[in-house]
Design a protein around this ligand. Structure first.
Ligand SMILES: NC(=O)c1ccc[n+]([C@@H]2O[C@H](COP(=O)([O-])OP(=O)(O)OC[C@H]3O[C@@H](n4cnc5c(N)ncnc54)[C@H](OP(=O)(O)O)[C@@H]3O)[C@@H](O)[C@H]2O)c1
Length: 330
């Protein structure tokens, strides 16, 4: 019987236990495609899922890990065959369906994306959900009409996963990127990724909210939310947009109608989880082509083994990680 290692969280009489366990294929959920996982990655959401009182996990035990990339070893679905290299992110993966912190995973075929030409499995996980979300944010801003000549584009939470990937991708596309961070020690890192200027969170939001202020940015990629986002909205240029994906700065957006009706701005919601598969493949194609930031991957990635995962999950919740942490198997 094939056995393998996985990081699994269980609950007994209300007490949470988590650790590396030896599992077999019968421990995996049903699905059409059995994947030998080569890489996973660590996202903020994995940190939340690992918390005892998180509202997302409906049933235990759960193997977290919202991202995985690997090779198909068995498939009951016409779309995939043994040996195919694939990516699986989003949907219920790592939340209510065993995910990527495991040497093997079994997935419904509808959740699996063929690895696009031009990407390695490792690169796909350096992107992972964070990179996909950054790419999707830029894709949606460009659908809204954004072009490099429109002016500076702000990225908030810039040293995090979504933020750092967005900085690198926008710079690659020729945008003037202004990166906002609460971690001044990451200034050089952000400049290496392509930020023209690095500003503090306080420069974006000085504690003083007004409906509209001087217009500074053509658009913004915002994985932070909260008052920072309200402040961003008040400083967008005419017809600008903010693509909002996250909530590390809070869930309440204390804004008013004025920036919308006086400056024609748009607030674009970014959801990587249920984003439709046809469009999802297009964004992955862009990540392998015009958004590809290959030369920066080595700077962004931190590679760990499964045994280092518990510490990394705590660090990501405490905002102590930088760039993208990937888990390597084998
Ligand atoms: N909508 C979607 O589909 C989707 C997909 C992926 C992620 N997300 C969400 O996007 C957010 C970012 O995810 P991630 O993986 O990039 O996380 P991450 O790597 O932990 O980065 C988050 C960054 O946010 C900034 N930050 C942290 N606490 C803050 C605070 N109190 N106020 C302002 N900024 C703060 C920090 O950047 P600085 O130190 O540089 O300021 C931090 O590095 C999370 O809320 C995540 O759940 C959503």
């Amino acid at each position: 019987m094939t056995t393998f290692q996985a990081y699994r969280i269980d609950k007994n009489e209300g007490q949470q236990q988590a650790g590396i366990e030896t599992l077999s294929f019968k421990d995996l959920p049903e699905g059409d495609v059995l994947i030998k996982v080569h890489y996973s990655s660590v996202n903020f959401k994995d940190g939340i899922v690992s918390q005892p009182d998180n509202p997302m996990v409906k049933e235990y035990p759960i193997v977290p890990g919202i991202d995985l990339a690997g090779e198909v070893v068995e498939s009951d679905h016409d779309s995939f065959k043994k040996g195919d290299r694939v990516i699986a992110t989003s949907y219920e993966i790592g939340v209510n369906h065993h995910g990527g912190f495991s040497e093997y995973a079994r997935m419904p075929a509808e959740w699996v994306v063929p690895l696009p030409d031009g990407l390695t499995l490792e690169e796909s996980m350096i992107y992972g959900t964070a990179g996909f979300t950054a790419g999707l944010s830029i894709h949606r801003l460009e659908q809204n009409g954004l072009k490099p000549e429109d002016g500076p584009v702000l990225v908030t939470g810039a040293s995090g996963g979504v933020g750092s990937m967005a900085v690198a991708m926008l710079a690659k596309r020729g945008y003037h990127v202004e990166a906002s961070t609460g971690s001044a020690e990451h200034t050089e890192f952000l400049k290496r990724l392509g930020a023209e200027s690095v500003i503090s969170r306080e420069d974006v939001y000085d504690g003083n909210l007004k409906p509209v202020k001087s217009a500074r940015w053509a658009s913004a990629v915002d994985p932070v939310g909260g008052e920072q986002l309200a402040s961003v909205l008040s400083q967008l240029q005419y017809n600008g947009a903010a693509a909002v994906s996250g909530l590390t700065g809070g869930t309440n957006i204390p804004t008013q109608v004025y920036p919308f009706i006086l400056r024609g701005i748009s607030l674009i919601g970014i959801d990587s989880v249920q984003f439709p598969m046809d469009e999802r493949k297009k964004v992955w194609h862009r990540l392998a082509n015009d958004l590809k930031t290959k030369e920066l991957f080595d700077d962004i990635k931190v590679v760990i083994g499964l045994e280092e995962l518990p510490e990394t999950l705590n660090q990501i919740l405490a905002g102590q990680t930088r760039g993208r942490t990937i888990v390597k198997f084998g």
